[in-house]
Design a protein around this ligand. Structure first.
Ligand code: BG6
Length: 472
């Protein structure tokens, strides 16, 4: 709704920016780091691997100095699990521990609040080799031991923690779970088993965080695309509701409410995918709610009803990045009202406003946007400043959506742009850039790795300096 009054951003709003370890650190095989599923994945030769990334491991002081210059109040980073525990459990790598000590000290010195993700996609290959990873219950204890080590080691300086990044994506990505088989149904079944173990692990880590970290706050970082019904046909509205339940709400409903929502439960049972829930699991989850909801938002999708027929039956899956269509439930269709990025992600700031309000209404927990950003192809111009006006426009609109959501009562902790400097995109290598800072390398040519501030860097700096007064 349009309002006469629009409240300013609160003074303690955390203006942040984010990265993840495997996408920016590089040094993938240096100083005792073990391998992760990202390091051993089969690579499309057209896309770079993660060996060097943005070489943040060797440039972190310079990167934090840039964050300080930008005026960031918060920086979200992730620990590379296998840099600390090379095999995922057992022996600790002191050089890895030291790296994060130095990074965190540098942030604190620069007056930047660290927001730390415990696990962002790069699961230790060692755990896959030992027992198959997340599909085995041993994974719960190993995650909790690793998380507890982080709380004890860094909890004096890190107060905001994120348990699992985009659990809702990981469980649909066999290679990120270390699954080897090609049977799609079996991979989905195992994905939902892994999902359950992650939920129990996150709840136990939440308990440990509250016990170990003084004033510590912890929450998930899910991915949450807004979903719309493709038309005003009631069947599309119902398909949308179903898709919201089984694609979006399912993880948070377990994390926050301690329950498998009814639609999701029926969906899993229909397909013989219900994971084994052991006695006490749901009680542990219920007793250890997150303190806030972190979520990544990039785009919305529209969904239409997809009735079954002779050739399309309940349980058939068509998986692209995510299940994009499922007979008997929904299919994703193009939204003609929205522009899209070069990768087809439909740009929708109003969708973000809707998501903020839905999450607040459903869970009544403060929100933190852990990622929001615009991926684009970019090259370094002669004057060394990328004029990324599209990104500025995208971020401005999405921040306005946050401001409007707050204006009707949604509570926010902060907002992180994705990403601070250019990083390796999850699926498109270095050809899809997100940063406020340009990193001078290409897909395969490492060049000199110099950092150059983009136009959006200066825009964000101004925005932070005036506490978002320019967001209109
Ligand atoms: C989120 C991830 O899925 O989206 C990030 O948490 C990722 O790791 C980001 O980079 C953007 O996706 P992509 O595929 O464009 O890198």
């Amino acid at each position: 709704m349009e309002t006469k009054i629009i409240n300013p951003f609160p003074d303690n709003f955390l203006w942040g920016s984010a990265t993840s370890a495997f996408q920016c650190e590089g040094a993938a095989k240096e100083d005792g780091k073990g391998l992760s599923v990202m390091d051993v994945r089969k690579q499309d030769p057209a896309i770079c691997n993660y060996d060097v990334a943005s070489d943040h491991y060797h440039h972190f002081k310079e990167d934090v100095a840039l964050m300080k210059e930008c005026g960031l109040k918060a920086y979200r980073f992730s620990f590379a699990w296998a840099r600390i525990f090379p095999k995922g459990n057992g022996a600790i790598n002191p050089q890895g521990v030291q790296f994060y000590n130095e990074l965190i000290d540098e942030l604190v010195k620069a007056d930047i609040t660290p927001i730390a993700t415990i696990y962002h996609f790069e699961y230790p290959q060692g755990l896959i080799d030992q027992y198959g990873g997340w599909i085995d219950r041993q994974s719960i204890d190993d995650y909790v031991n690793y998380a507890s080590f982080l709380f004890k080691t860094y909890g004096d300086r890190v107060k905001y923690w994120l348990t699992v990044n985009e659990q809702d994506h990981v469980v649909h990505m066999p290679f990120r779970l270390g699954l080897k088989g090609n049977d799609q149904h079996e991979n989905e079944r195992l994905g939902f088993l892994a999902n359950h173990h992650m939920c129990v692990a996150a709840a136990k880590a939440t308990k440990a965080c509250h016990e170990i970290v003084k004033d510590g706050k912890i929450g998930p970082a899910v991915c949450f695309d807004m979903l719309y019904p493709a038309s005003n046909r009631p069947a599309d509205a119902l398909a949308c509701q179903d898709a919201m339940d089984i694609r979006n709400y399912y993880v948070l409903d377990i994390n926050v409410k301690g329950e498998y929502n009814g639609t999701f439960k029926r969906y899993l049972e229909d397909r013989d995918m219900m994971p084994e829930i052991q006695e006490g699991d749901m009680e542990i989850i219920k007793a250890n709610k997150p303190d806030f909801i972190g979520f990544n938002y990039y785009a919305s999708k529209s969904v239409a009803a997809y009735p079954c027929d002779e050739d399309h039956k309940i349980g058939d899956l068509v998986i692209k990045l995510l299940p994009a269509e499922e007979p008997g439930i929904y299919k994703v269709v193009k939204n003609e009202n929205l522009n899209a990025t070069l990768w087809g992600w439909e740009i929708d700031d109003i969708g973000l406003e809707c998501v903020c309000r839905l999450l607040w209404d459903r869970y009544r927990l403060p929100l933190m946007i852990t990622e929001n950003g615009f991926g684009n192809k970019e090259t370094l111009p002669e004057d060394k400043m990328v004029k990324d006006d599209d990104r500025i426009d995208y971020l401005t609109r999405h921040l306005l959506a946050v401001k409007k959501a707050m204006n009707v009562g949604v509570e926010f902790i902060g907002y992180c742009t994705w990403s601070f400097m250019d990083i390796i995109s999850g699926h498109s290598g270095f050809s899809k850039r997100y940063g406020l800072v340009y990193v001078n390398r290409d897909e395969h040519d490492l060049k000199d790795m110099c950092r150059y501030k983009k136009k959006s860097f200066y825009w964000y700096k101004d925005t932070i300096a005036c506490n978002g007064e320019n967001i209109k």
